[in-house]
Design a protein around this ligand. Sequence first.
Ligand SMILES: CC(C)(COP(=O)(O)OP(=O)(O)OC[C@H]1O[C@@H](n2cnc3c(N)ncnc32)[C@H](O)[C@@H]1OP(=O)(O)O)[C@@H](O)C(=O)NCCC(=O)NCCS
Length: 170
Amino acid sequence: MQGFQLGHLPSRLKDKDVCLVIPGLFDLVWLSRALRDADVEIRENLGLKRAPGACTSTFLLLRLFNWVYLIRTKNNRVGLLGIYDWEPGQHAFLSVVIWSDTQRDRGIGSSAVRLAMEGLVENGLCKEFFVEVKECNYRGIRFWERNGFSQINTRDGIVLMCLSWGQGCQ
Ligand SMILES: CC(C)(COP(=O)(O)OP(=O)(O)OC[C@H]1O[C@@H](n2cnc3c(N)ncnc32)[C@H](O)[C@@H]1OP(=O)(O)O)[C@@H](O)C(=O)NCCC(=O)NCCS
């Protein structure tokens, strides 16, 4: 898994409640199962347009993203954060899903995003962040806005949003 990384980003990023870890072997088994059972919304947000088998989905994810972090709380694996289209020293795109409704609205997604952005900035890997969210995903758009992102444009039903670290986006 580490072999899929293009630059140095710590294998573990942690705050009081949330931990981002590069998936190990057992995590990948869990991930395959979780992807097998995931609903369309989750698959789409991870960029999996079709619904191939669990192992193929996991492989596609590892190909699609420069880095994949598993989002963990104290006892549970609760979601996934992917970093893709990384332009070294410049920008990266983020994608995040919290798997279960019971784990949402607890601040986990926001903590995960903040940890990832801080990790990328502090390691000099990028200074600007983009996300692509479906126009109809109001919850997703509000989530990114709450985390400091601004809408740039909408094309083909996808809203492009941006955050420049340490300054306004535009
Ligand atoms: C969007 C998504 C990632 C948000 O994750 P999350 O962990 O629920 O996010 P947070 O808990 O940090 O924030 C969500 C809400 O909970 C609120 N919240 C944050 N901490 C809280 C806490 N401790 N207690 C109660 N509510 C809290 C936030 O204010 C926010 O409120 P809002 O809905 O009015 O914006 C999650 O809903 C998800 O996985 N959706 C499907 C995939 C998706 O759409 N991804 C985004 C596009 S890439």
